[in-house]
Design a protein around this ligand. Structure first.
Ligand SMILES: NC(=O)c1ccc[n+]([C@@H]2O[C@H](COP(=O)([O-])OP(=O)(O)OC[C@H]3O[C@@H](n4cnc5c(N)ncnc54)[C@H](O)[C@@H]3O)[C@@H](O)[C@H]2O)c1
Length: 323
């Protein structure tokens, strides 16, 4: 890298994970900026070699090859705008901005200044998701009928975007990636218990081609759940991210109505047959998705490579705007 110096703005929950990975990748000089004094102290305590800059103007004067922005979504745009105008390549955490037009505007600035914007959609770098895409392509599950995603946990509760923008944005990214198309919304719903107009629990019914998709997100759930179910004509797949032993299970199970010509005369109640076969638990070699994502950011900076995620991120925002 040009000078092996990376900046990060926002070192809360997720920014701290990013700093940890940058350390593991051997980035010697990491400069942090955060408006919260407690978070400044906390990150310095965890990573004593880190540089903390408390003045934003001074932070902008540091010779950085890239800046990671991991603050509240509502603040992404103005910080990204300032960073680009200051000549920094940027990595913008999902969901990038709270409006697709703002991201398109940032993109224009980046192009005019020959800088890159990478959007943080971590599942593009997840080996399980890549495996699922591969077996769908090979038709191992048969024709896909239906996908259901549940992304539930207790907090963090956001005050600027809904649970759908915060959590289902990941699942929209995954579905678009798996089926090489953009999801279209059929129906949406949700409940705003804690703050008016910010749904704590969200539902989205959607489709991609003729695949029906249901997404559920909540930050008011007593247990953390990360489950994706894919129903194929031949097999069913469960991706349970929190099952560390067997996160992917492929069930050789399906239901099928017998062909009408096979019915005996006088037999009027047609009943679906259930086929119950064995379950497959594939062993998949994996690497840290966040590490892969940060490596890609560094590679894009070094080789002036266009990150694949920006156009995808604009599409995701356009979908989220329809909720
Ligand atoms: N990729 C993922 O899996 C993943 C997971 C969690 C969060 N995120 C994303 O990361 C971002 C941050 O989320 P979080 O959970 O860490 O939130 P957080 O509230 O824990 O941290 C946000 C930090 O940004 C700081 N901040 C806010 N405005 C600022 C400003 N104008 N200047 C400097 N600092 C500012 C806050 O003080 C805080 O320390 C969000 O965009 C979120 O969607 C991504």
């Amino acid at each position: 890298m040009r000078n092996n110096q990376i900046g990060i703005i926002g070192v809360g929950y997720w920014g701290t994970n990013i700093v940890n990975v940058l350390y593991q990748l051997g980035i010697k000089k990491i400069y942090c900026f955060d408006t919260d004094r407690e978070n400044q102290k906390e990150i310095k305590k965890k990573f004593p070699k880190i540089n903390i800059e408390t003045n934003f103007q001074k932070f902008l004067n540091i010779d950085l090859s890239g800046v990671i922005i991991s603050v509240d979504t509502k603040n992404h745009y103005s910080i990204a705008n300032t960073c680009l105008k200051n000549g920094f390549n940027i990595f913008l955490e999902k969901p990038s901005t709270n409006n697709s037009k703002k991201l398109q505007m940032l993109n224009k600035i980046a192009i005019s200044k020959k800088l890159i914007i990478m959007s943080g959609y971590i599942y593009f770098y997840n080996d399980y998701i890549k495996y699922i895409k591969k077996i769908i392509k090979k038709k191992f599950l048969g024709k896909i009928f239906y996908v259901s995603c549940e992304r539930l946990n207790l907090g963090p509760v956001r005050s600027d975007i809904s649970s759908a923008w915060d959590l289902s944005s990941h699942d929209i990214a995954i579905c678009n990636y798996l089926f090489d198309d953009n999801l279209s919304i059929l129906n949406t719903g949700g409940y705003d218990f804690l703050k008016k107009n910010i749904n704590d629990i969200s539902f989205i019914s959607a489709k991609i081609k003729d695949i029906k998709i249901d997404l559920k997100a909540s930050w008011l759930n007593p247990e953390k759940i990360r489950k994706m179910i894919i129903l194929g004509k031949k097999r069913m797949l469960l991706f349970d991210e929190l099952d560390f032993k067997n996160p992917i299970k492929i069930y050789n199970k399906y239901a099928k109505y017998p062909k009408i010509k096979n019915f005996k005369k006088g037999f009027f109640t047609q009943k679906a047959n259930i086929f119950l076969g064995s379950t497959l638990r594939p062993k998949i070699k994996t690497s840290s998705p966040l590490k892969n994502e940060m490596l890609e950011f560094i590679k894009c900076i070094n080789h002036k490579k266009k990150p694949i995620s920006l156009k995808k991120s604009i599409n995701i925002l356009k979908i989220l705007e329809k909720i």
